[in-house]
Design a protein around this ligand. Structure first.
Ligand code: CP
Ligand code: NVA
Length: 306
């Protein structure tokens, strides 16, 4: 059966560990000037319905460093428009070895994957951003030496990024706290799926950012208005007004805490400039790690001989 990565729920705890291990190994080699051609001649298609800097470019460079090639497919290929997804997926996956998709609707990616003969990787949907969470875990591990029993506090919208972070934390033994205003918390379907996957894992949910951040080793936030939600911007700006990660909030975290953000960020909204541009910020290391984590993921998914 073809393996996909649409959501981190699909990976066992050991598989997530393995991807991170491969990622660290490939990162170290890359830093020593070694670009291992583990996937020669393999072709990756990137099918994107939304804009992207990090996901697109980090996947493309990762594949190129590994000796493969990439094809960026925008709107002109007509996914969902020119022909049924069944035909689209079967044809596309007869040409390429892996498909990375960024889409508005998670269920569209599930449908594509159900017909694809090759692995499909979620490059962000409304429900999940698993590749981001892999890079985030790699970053926290680099900064704090290990993941087990560290505490991650997420402040803001319980969106795609937050959901994948929660699953990654559950799988890797990281404590997870989230502070969001009413109406912007995880839904019951997600929480019960998480409970079923990891019965002993507790999501510490509150309305108070200070409660979530106290003692945290990593403080994370994301935009208040995600791509596709632009019409709700005004109402969201009001709902999240008290959820900015600023310097006084960071002071409540562990003194060695890092600040993380998947980027792109809006200074003065979800994060104060003094924090994202300050000494605790690890956002650039985190963004760079997208490339390393995705190399590990590709090597694992395409069964490279490492
Ligand atoms: N963090 C992230 O996924 O960035 P892009 O939207 O630029 O890919
Ligand atoms: N939550 C954001 C993440 C962007 C990388 C969005 O979906 O737009």
């Amino acid at each position: 059966m073809t393996r996909h990565l649409l959501d981190l729920f699909e990976l066992s705890d050991e598989e997530v560990e393995r991807v991170l291990e491969l990622s660290s190994q490939l990162k170290l080699n890359y830093q020593r000037g070694i670009r291992q051609p583990l996937l020669p001649g393999r072709v990756m298609a990137l099918l994107f319905e939304k804009p992207s800097l990090r996901t697109r470019v980090s996947f493309e460079t990762a594949m190129m460093h590994l000796g493969g090639n990439t094809l960026f497919l925008g709107a002109d290929v007509g996914w969902g428009k020119r022909e049924p997804t069944a035909d689209f997926a079967r044809v596309l996956s007869s040409y390429v070895d892996v498909i990375v998709v960024r889409a508005f609707r998670h269920q569209d990616v599930e449908e594509l994957a159900s017909y694809s003969k090759r692995p499909v990787v979620n490059g962000l949907t409304d429900l999940a951003h698993p590749c981001q969470a892999l890079a985030d875990m790699l970053t926290i591990r680099e900064l704090h030496g290990s993941l087990r029993d560290r505490r991650l506090a997420y402040v803001g919208d319980a969106n795609n990024v937050a959901a994948s972070l929660a699953v990654a934390c559950a799988k890797l033994g990281v404590r997870f706290a989230i502070a969001s205003p009413a109406g912007y918390r995880f839904d019951d379907a997600f929480l019960s799926r998480l409970k079923q996957a990891k019965p002993g894992f507790e999501v510490e949910q509150s309305a108070d950012p200070r409660e979530a951040v106290r003692g945290a080793h990593a403080v994370y936030t994301d935009v208040w208005t995600s791509m596709g939600q632009e019409a709700e911007r005004e109402i969201r700006m009001k709902a999240f007004a008290n959820y900015q990660v600023d310097a006084p909030l960071m002071k409540l975290a562990d003194p060695a805490a890092c600040f993380l953000h998947c980027l792109p960020a809006h200074r003065g909204e979800e994060v104060a400039a003094a924090v994202i541009d300050g000494p605790q910020s690890a956002v650039l290391q985190q963004a760079e790690n997208r490339m390393h984590a995705q190399k590990g993921l590709l090597a694992w998914l395409l069964d490279a001989k490492v």
